[in-house]
Design a protein around this ligand. Structure first.
Ligand code: AMP
Length: 424
């Protein structure tokens, strides 16, 4: 098995990796680090949780240490672009950890906070700048930052940046960089637009692809509660009051929804905080810190704000409102069962959300409700007068779909659902 010592990283970086408690490199690290140390451009197909941040930060630090240069004023030597403030802050935290035995400057430039302190930090030049695309371009347009000194650029979670509408900004930024540089692009998926971005801006890139460390979804015990919208508040309270809930994330679709859920939980005597795009950066950081240290054990989040939240020990994920895109469900529940632990995911599904539930079942290839399973075909109930109606499961009943119970492809479930099934 490959060891960190085999990868050719500079000594202070190896020391930092040991101090971080890492024993062996993850697959993406084993594959990517040697290529990146050679200076190759790279496309990395990998999700969060695979160790991809260290896969690009460690060789970047090593090359910066070897080059032994200084950043020019209002300039940076390496630029990392990330889709959200949270992810940018998290990458910066990783840089701090991995560079703890080096002399190196780094800073974060993101929207939602005052630009002045950022401008001050940029004045003297920084070695590594971690930024979201919009605010970065603001600083470029005012002259607070020049991009012609960038020798390494990293696009992290490129597909997310595209989903958030950053593609024009990214292209604009890339077009301002010098040609002689190293470029890396990391993305969980490779839609055509990202492939095109890579072919336009990367030079003969190596490509590495890894599956998530262990597919977390298999370790997550998923269940669904079917109920009317009005029953969700009490159901959520009852779920979260259970003693086995140590750290929980509750997902809502909207920012207002998140605030409302927090208010209700607090009225019910639980400690909860919301994290969403209307909160200031300082509020978000404070909330996240309180959640990490357990002083607030329930985080109520919208999808955008939750992106990149990497907190170990989340025992429960509750989908209070179902997402509008099935893939987002998988991303949400992946907040639990990290670092080899198990996790519980519970979805509260109201009648209008049943179509989305079907789409999710199709995506993950397993039924989350017994009514969907061939094993549990509801028996027709004879109505007085000879008519028939399909039996219905009482609302609020939980059906667990955890463990290894594979129930066949939802798409094949045929006609047996009768009146239970919604279109879609
Ligand atoms: P990432 O995929 O970059 O979000 O990393 C996921 C988690 O894995 C982070 O908490 C890292 O600290 C951790 N990690 C990264 N590399 C290793 C490694 N080689 N051994 C153990 N943990 C690691």
């Amino acid at each position: 098995m490959t060891q960190f010592a085999d990868l050719g990283l500079a000594e202070p970086i190896q020391r930092a990796v040991t101090a971080a408690g890492y024993e062996t490199p993850t697959p993406i690290q084993t594959k990517a680090i040697p290529l990146l140390l050679e200076g190759r451009d790279l496309i990395g197909i990998a999700q969060t949780g695979t160790g991809k941040t260290a896969a690009f930060v460690l060789p970047l630090l090593s090359r910066l240490a070897d080059a032994n240069e200084r950043a020019a004023p209002r300039s940076c030597r390496a630029l990392i672009l990330a889709p959200t403030r949270e992810l940018a802050a998290q990458i910066d935290d990783s840089i701090r950890d991995y560079a703890k035995f080096m002399k190196l400057s780094h800073c974060v430039v993101v929207g939602g906070v005052k630009p002045r302190p950022q401008i001050k930090k940029l004045e003297g030049g920084v070695d590594i700048l971690v930024a979201t695309p919009g605010r970065l371009l603001d600083h470029v347009s005012t002259g607070a930052l020049r991009l012609d000194g960038v020798k390494t650029v990293i696009l992290d979670e490129a597909d997310q940046m595209m989903d958030l509408g950053f593609m024009p900004a990214i292209r604009q930024i890339m077009s301002k960089l010098r040609k002689a540089r190293q470029t890396m692009l990391f993305s969980a998926t490779m839609p055509a637009q990202i492939r095109k971005l890579a072919s336009d801006f990367l030079n003969n890139p190596a490509e590495v692809s890894v599956a998530p460390q262990s597919k977390p979804i298999e370790r997550i015990q998923q269940s669904v509660l079917l109920m009317e919208a009005g029953a969700k508040r009490n159901a959520l309270r009852d779920i979260l009051k259970a003693p086995e809930v140590k750290l929980a994330i509750v997902f809502t679709r909207t920012k207002r929804g998140a605030d409302r859920v927090v208010q209700n939980l607090e009225k019910d005597g639980l400690k909860a905080a919301a994290i969403h795009g209307n909160k200031s950066q300082n509020q978000r950081e404070k909330t996240l810190a309180n959640f990490k240290d357990g002083s607030v054990n329930i985080l109520v989040a919208t999808d955008i704000a939750a992106r990149g939240i990497d907190v170990d020990g989340i025992t429960h994920v509750v989908n209070y409102e179902m997402p509008t895109v099935a893939e987002v469900y998988v991303h949400r529940i992946g907040r639990t069962a990290r670092a080899g632990t198990d996790g519980i995911a519970i979805a509260l599904v109201e009648p209008d959300e049943r179509t989305m539930l079907r789409e999710i079942e199709n995506l993950i290839g397993k039924y989350l409700t017994a009514e969907g399973a061939a094993l549990h075909i509801p028996k027709p109930v004879k109505k007085p007068g000879g008519g028939q109606r399909q039996g219905r499961r009482p609302q609020g009943q939980t059906v667990s779909a955890g463990g290894n119970r594979r129930q066949g492809r939802p798409g094949n479930r045929g006609q047996s659902q009768g009146g239970q099934r919604r279109a879609g």
